[in-house]
Write a protein that binds this ligand. Sequence first.
Ligand SMILES: NC(=O)c1ccc[n+]([C@@H]2O[C@H](COP(=O)([O-])OP(=O)(O)OC[C@H]3O[C@@H](n4cnc5c(N)ncnc54)[C@H](OP(=O)(O)O)[C@@H]3O)[C@@H](O)[C@H]2O)c1
Length: 290
Amino acid sequence: MAEWSGVRGKRVLMTGGTNGIGLAAARELAARGADLSIVARDQARGEAAAAQIGAAGGGRPVDVLLADLSSQASVRQLAAEILERYPRLEVLVNNAGAIYSSRQLSEDGIELTWALNHLAPFLLTTLLLDRLHASGPARIVTTSSDAHQGAHIPFDDIAAERSYGGRGFIRYGQTKLANILFTTELARRLQGTGVTANSFHPGVVATGFNRNNGLLMQLGMTVIRPFARSPEKGAETLVWLVDSTEAGAESGGYFVDRRRVLPTAAAQDADAALRLWELSEQQTRAGRTA
Ligand SMILES: NC(=O)c1ccc[n+]([C@@H]2O[C@H](COP(=O)([O-])OP(=O)(O)OC[C@H]3O[C@@H](n4cnc5c(N)ncnc54)[C@H](OP(=O)(O)O)[C@@H]3O)[C@@H](O)[C@H]2O)c1
């Protein structure tokens, strides 16, 4: 794989760049000389974040691209806009994510946590893969979580019609497991292409995570908050995966505090990773394989 020269002058696309871990990482990457494009679902929030990121980057412009990532039409429109706008794309960070305390459906009729946390990264990545490849060396980083522990992909109940429980935590864990399985299968398909794919756990981080849920869930976060990391600390592994020379030699890994660690046995199941990939193709009808 070609030598990585750091993120300076590279185009970085960050989903979930308006808040929390993604915003902190985008600020740090801009400070290191990257050209940032953030995905926002709300123009005003996007512009507010872009102002912060731009200031950290010494005034270099930051692009705001609008998309609701839970909608496949919106993800496709976003990908088309990116391909139109950027002849080069060296880094894709799939970071946007959420938990939903009650089961909801996306506009495509897909359970919402699955649509946003797993299918959006899958679809966006597969749609941008040729451009990443052509811009190589390139890196794809996906924000997963240790919440994958104890989870299994419910292939016999993929819409979580029977198994949605634990105030959304069980489902959330499944989607974070899906992030790891997606990353390992993606890395396998990308071997030798100059494009790497890794996922990571940011720690327990004090962000806006869970603010979309009811008071009880938010109360839980308020209790955890004093023990949680800052968004800047939570972003450290992401920034390292994007920017460091060392991480350029890694692909298919799951990282915690910049160290490659083994995720659970379910997350190392190559057959499940392949099955998930094929299922995700059906669910998105992406029409292309890596
Ligand atoms: N916080 C933790 O302790 C923790 C631990 C492990 C993993 N994670 C993971 O870290 C990632 C970032 O979360 P965070 O903690 O930084 O939470 P956050 O502060 O709530 O940030 C979530 C980001 O995702 C965006 N987003 C949510 N739904 C979206 C949609 N439908 N379309 C487009 N963007 C959407 C949000 O945009 P808006 O600004 O519009 O809301 C925001 O930018 C997630 O994948 C999460 O699973 C977090």
